[in-house]
Design a protein around this ligand. Structure first.
Ligand SMILES: NC(=O)c1ccc[n+]([C@@H]2O[C@H](COP(=O)([O-])OP(=O)(O)OC[C@H]3O[C@@H](n4cnc5c(N)ncnc54)[C@H](OP(=O)(O)O)[C@@H]3O)[C@@H](O)[C@H]2O)c1
Length: 311
């Protein structure tokens, strides 16, 4: 886990000082699975597991400069930690999100709770270390748990430096990302050739493209998989939220649409973690419900995909 290096003035100015984080095990999830343990996934080849639900920060945490919004997002992050989450995904591309994360971590004194993942996002392949250092300062972490080359931008140079950084202990895990189905052929070639700990890609109940090649390849090569856009940027809710859940939803441990979409993803055997993004405490509670209770088996997953297609 990332270490804390600073404690900012925000702690006092935010009015959030002293709000203690709670043990995740004390909380009931929205499915009422109060007594169950969070669903953990082993990082392939490692003696370390992470919770199968993490969180993204694109757009939702880009609220720097507005004290009230920063405080509100801090509550979202607190809810995430309280309900057992650890993996947070960012990028220098996400505007002020990195600064907001730094402020929120300081105010919650939560640097020992987070599995901090960000990206290298610059076309200048000599800038890998400098960009990682800038992000460390913004998040207030000594080093990242995971650094990923964002959308393969300058991947050759960045990956070489990231390998050195990992060997030196400057980062724990390294990887690459894509989304929206972009550059999958090249992505697969890199997965075949390079030594990666994680890949990040788009997968959800309506977008199955990665099932053909990338997910089996990740299993074969022992690479962890982080799933972005699990709600297709929120459009799954807009499309299906007014529809009824199937009457067998309880059999697959699902009590709302957020759990339906997320449990579909994390029950794929190649998937390590999904990273839904939200700006709302209530939505975070729903999303973290997917970290508890039953998961669908292969037949039930097919039934879930068929059901949404029938709506
Ligand atoms: N190439 C890359 O590396 C890449 C690309 C895309 C994304 N990502 C990462 O993946 C993360 C997730 O993807 P995403 O942010 O694009 O989309 P997403 O997580 O699929 O969807 C986010 C949207 O869903 C809504 N939402 C969340 N929980 C909800 C709930 N329980 N009920 C109703 N609505 C809900 C949010 O609105 P509210 O705020 O109202 O809850 C938000 O508009 C990103 O934040 C980022 O960290 C990486």
């Amino acid at each position: 886990m990332a270490n804390r290096i600073t404690r900012r003035k925000f702690l006092i100015s935010s009015g959030l000082a002293g709000i203690a984080l709670k043990s995740p095990m004390l909380f009931a999830n929205t499915s009422g699975n109060a007594a169950s343990s969070p669903i953990m996934r082993r990082i392939p080849g490692m003696d370390e597991s992470i919770p199968a639900i993490g969180m993204g920060t694109w757009i939702t945490f880009n609220v720097g400069g507005d004290t009230q919004l920063v405080q509100q997002r801090t509550r979202v992050l607190k809810t995430f930690f309280d309900l057992g989450g650890t993996v947070v995904d960012g990028s220098p591309m996400y505007g002020s999100a990195a600064d907001v994360m730094g402020e929120a971590l300081d105010s919650l004194d939560a640097h020992d709770r987070i599995f901090a993942a960000t990206k290298i996002w610059t076309g200048d392949e000599s800038e890998t270390r400098a960009e990682a250092a800038r992000s460390s300062r913004r998040w207030g972490v000594e080093r990242f748990d995971l650094l990923q080359v964002h959308n393969l931008l300058g991947w050759q140079g960045h990956l070489e430096t990231l390998k050195q950084m990992k060997a030196n202990g400057e980062v724990r895990y390294i990887g690459i990302t894509t989304s929206h189905g972009r550059r999958h052929r090249e992505f697969a070639q890199i997965m075949e050739r390079e030594s990666l700990d994680f890949v990040q890609l788009t997968y959800n109940v309506l977008d199955h493209e990665v099932e053909d090649r990338l997910l089996p390849l990740a299993q074969e090569r022992g690479i962890g998989v982080i799933v972005n856009r699990p709600f297709q940027g929120g459009s799954l809710f807009r499309r299906f939220q007014s529809e009824p859940l199937p009457n067998w939803a309880g059999e697959v441990g699902v009590s709302n649409w957020a759990e339906f979409f997320l449990k579909y993803i994390i029950s794929h055997p190649a998937v390590t973690c999904a990273i839904p993004a939200t700006s709302k405490v209530e939505h975070m509670k729903e999303n973290m419900g997917a970290l508890y209770g039953a998961l669908p088996n292969a037949g039930q997953r097919q039934r879930m995909a068929d059901y949404v297609r029938s709506l």
